[in-house]
Design a protein around this ligand. Structure first.
Ligand SMILES: [Zn+2]
Length: 124
């Protein structure tokens, strides 16, 4: 059985996306601004804007932040024994910063995955 699209290297595309670079050429920038996907790659012209990530990156970012926060919460509580309100404030601040930092990288990798699998938005 043949596929209508040529096979693309999934790992390479996700690595390039993780580095916020175009999954096709690895040269052009993936984002215009913080999370807006560039319409086209400035280097190779690949239509990156056709690959819509929707809620996928947010879901994976929440999972990663949650998995990282459990040991942080545990060790912080056991080692420092902070007041509950202090602990809540510290953990909240860490989770917000961690989510905002990771979201861009996760979205880049996600767009790379969509690109490698030819998952274009049918409405695009
Ligand atoms: Zn490119």
């Amino acid at each position: 059985m043949t596929t209508p699209h040529p096979a693309r290297d999934l790992g390479e595309a996700m690595r390039r996306g993780l580095a916020n670079r175009c999954p096709n050429c690895g040269e052009g920038r993936m984002f215009d601004g913080y999370l807006t996907v560039a319409g086209k790659c400035a280097a190779c012209g690949e239509p990156l804007g056709d690959y819509r990530a929707a809620d996928g990156p947010a879901f994976f970012t929440i999972c990663i932040v949650g998995a990282l926060l459990v040991p942080i919460l545990g060790f912080t509580f056991v080692i420092f024994r902070p007041e509950p309100l202090t602990l809540v404030l510290i953990v909240s601040a860490i989770s917000v910063v961690l989510a905002l930092v990771l979201l861009r990288f996760v979205k880049g990798a996600f767009i790379g995955y969509l690109w490698a699998k030819h998952e274009r938005d049918p409405g695009a």
